[in-house]
Design a protein around this ligand. Structure first.
Ligand code: ADP
Length: 333
């Protein structure tokens, strides 16, 4: 999905790397988090201690990895990234932690997907910078006590509630990443266009921003696509007209919804009278995993006020009907 906040993998990572801000002052939006984090960074630096462990949660593409890198840069320490599913066994974690330079930042994306036995040894690593593990098997098995260099763990997850409470309790700093406003996203687009060396009108940037679902990764991705259309149309500058033309072809509508979002709304209306209907039922009907709906599709539809959560399940709101050109209790022919 063009408009999902998820990364498309290595190719995109390369472009993203060039677009990533490296300092807090370049990092757009998330003002409350920036304000707090800059105080914590200053205090830790003054005490010459590593920063407290940080948990960042929020939908994909909002800048969690970027912020972790910015923090490392501002602290003047090395930055290492990995992800929960990539750490398969306790030994992997020991090797990773052991290689860190003192004070380094270790970023673990999707930290809620760490295997349980890895998570458990992370507790003492985070709290007191040591790990006790059993080495060898059967008769030769014996406990080994590993002291570790002091480090800061920055964990990222889509929902804080996905973490076990002992793990969550070990983060001194917990920050909720918010969707970006249109004007913040327009700044992201203008900045990225500059990095790409592309000309863009303020109105063109504003139009991309409006359709980017509050998500910088989506804004950058739409900018890249629109830039291609502008080039082929021999436009000197990306203007509002070419943005509208390109996004129409790409089936990204005025609110930034794509076919999958509209299909979800339509399914809820046509099959379930607008709800209430359970998440897993919706997912099964549109052929997506329940987690995908919960993490990638539903949050933005809720944020836009097109669906709401009730005790008995999800419901389409009047605004959701209106978006499809329908009135509540009226089915599309
Ligand atoms: P997440 O880790 O939350 O999935 P990323 O940190 O990978 O998100 O961000 C995705 C892309 O969006 C980055 O490559 C970066 O270019 C851009 N981006 C994210 N946050 C910001 C920001 N605050 N200012 C400017 N660009 C940003």
């Amino acid at each position: 999905r063009l408009v999902s906040g998820e990364s498309f993998g290595e190719n995109e990572d390369q472009t993203e790397l060039s677009l990533r801000p490296t300092t807090l002052s370049q990092y757009i939006g998330q003002d409350k988090i920036k304000q707090e984090v800059s105080v914590y960074i200053q205090a830790a630096k003054d005490r010459q201690e590593p920063l407290d462990h940080v948990l960042l949660y929020g939908p994909p593409g909002l800048g969690k990895t970027t912020l972790a890198g910015v923090i490392a840069n501002e602290m003047g320490v090395t930055f290492k990234t990995t992800s929960g599913p990539a750490i398969e066994k306790p030994g992997d974690l020991v090797a990773l932690l052991n290689e860190l330079q003192p004070g380094a930042i270790l970023f673990i994306d999707e930290i809620h997907r760490l295997p349980k036995n890895v998570e458990e040894i992370l507790y003492s690593a985070m709290e007191d910078f040591y790990i006790d593990i059993i080495v060898g098997q059967d008769a030769t098995a014996h406990p080994v006590h590993f002291p570790l260099p002091p480090f800061t763990l920055v964990g990222a997850t889509t929902r804080a509630g996905l973490l076990s409470s002992p793990l969550r309790a070990r983060f001194g700093i917990v920050e909720h990443m918010k969707y970006y406003t249109d004007s913040e996203l327009a700044q992201v687009v203008l900045r990225s266009a500059e990095v790409f060396d592309s000309q863009i009108d303020p109105l063109g940037a504003a139009e991309i921003a409006r359709r980017s679902r509050g998500t910088p990764r989506v804004a950058n991705r739409l900018l890249k696509r629109v830039r291609d259309f502008a080039q082929v149309a021999q436009k000197k500058s990306i203007d509002e007209e070419i943005v509208q033309y390109a996004l129409k072809l790409l089936q990204v509508d005025q609110q930034g919804l794509d076919e999958t979002d509209r299909k979800l709304l339509r399914t809820m209306i046509e099959l379930y009278g607008g709800g209430p209907v359970g998440l897993s039922t919706i997912a099964a009907n549109i052929g997506e995993e329940t987690d995908t709906v919960a993490d990638m599709i539903e949050p933005y539809l809720m944020q836009s006020g097109f669906i709401k959560r009730t005790a008995r399940g999800r419901m389409v709101t009047p605004a959701g009907y209106e978006h499809l050109g329908l009135r509540p209790n009226e089915k599309k022919n």
